[in-house]
Design a protein around this ligand. Structure first.
Ligand SMILES: NC(=O)c1ccc[n+]([C@@H]2O[C@H](COP(=O)([O-])OP(=O)(O)OC[C@H]3O[C@@H](n4cnc5c(N)ncnc54)[C@H](OP(=O)(O)O)[C@@H]3O)[C@@H](O)[C@H]2O)c1
Length: 197
């Protein structure tokens, strides 16, 4: 990945900071976008070729200049919230806007961290969270069952996409009061009909 630029949305988070570190270790130039930017947790801006930018995924006008010349976009943005609509917006709408901006900028590879659906009662309690995830998957051309892109809303897009549906991810967290250890079964992976990153 040496010399390639990759934009990571949510690069200061639990998952995103690992993605950033892995990309840096492979020689990529990384732009991390999060609302708190350099003020948030995660890898230091002094670590390798990393630029930390403050921006909202759902408002790409504020950060889309960083998509120019990027080889890929990885979105690690998603959140629980107090209402189902807020979760759908946080997990879905923001990422859909970001993916559309990446396509418009000609970014050739897109990756999205979705989530495994554990079914009821979890899926009912978090219906907005999962609805948002499926909104993004549809935007990337992945069917509800994880099948390839024909059912997606952008079958003509030349961008190649990868959707990851992890179960619970465990590890040390920088967020106060949140710790994750071990790894739960039940993750799945879906790829769009146009290939993988
Ligand atoms: N952790 C798990 O066990 C697990 C399991 C399955 C799937 N996932 C998925 O993996 C993804 C990452 O989860 P995580 O545990 O790493 O969450 P996290 O630690 O809360 O990280 C979320 C990251 O996204 C940023 N962010 C949130 N909303 C944003 C927005 N509108 N614009 C720009 N940046 C935004 C946050 O920074 P700011 O707050 O500064 O913006 C932070 O960097 C999520 O989509 C989640 O659904 C996680």
């Amino acid at each position: 990945m040496s010399g390639k630029k990759v934009v990571v949305l949510g690069g200061t988070g639990f998952v995103g900071s690992r993605v950033v570190s892995a990309l840096l270790a492979r020689g990529a130039a990384v732009v991390s976008i999060s609302r708190r930017g350099a003020a948030g947790p995660g890898p230091s801006a002094a670590t390798g070729n990393l630029l930390r930018v403050a921006g909202d995924a759902g408002r790409p006008d504020g950060w889309s200049s960083h998509l120019v010349g990027a080889s890929g976009l990885v979105s690690c943005v998603g959140a629980f919230a107090s209402t189902q609509q807020a979760m759908r917006d946080a997990c879905g709408t923001a990422n859909v806007e970001a993916i559309r901006a990446a396509r418009a900028a000609g970014v050739p590879r897109l990756a999205f961290v979705s989530a495994h659906d554990f079914g009821p009662p979890v899926s009912a309690a978090l219906s907005g969270y999962y609805a948002g995830k499926r909104d993004v998957e549809a935007e990337m051309g992945v069917g509800r069952d994880g099948s390839g892109g024909e059912a997606g809303s952008n079958p003509s897009s030349a961008a190649r996409g990868l959707v990851l549906r992890p179960g619970m991810i465990y590890g040390a967290s920088t967020r106060a009061g949140v710790g994750r250890q071990g790894r739960a079964p039940g993750s799945s992976l879906a790829r769009s009909g146009r290939g993988v990153c």
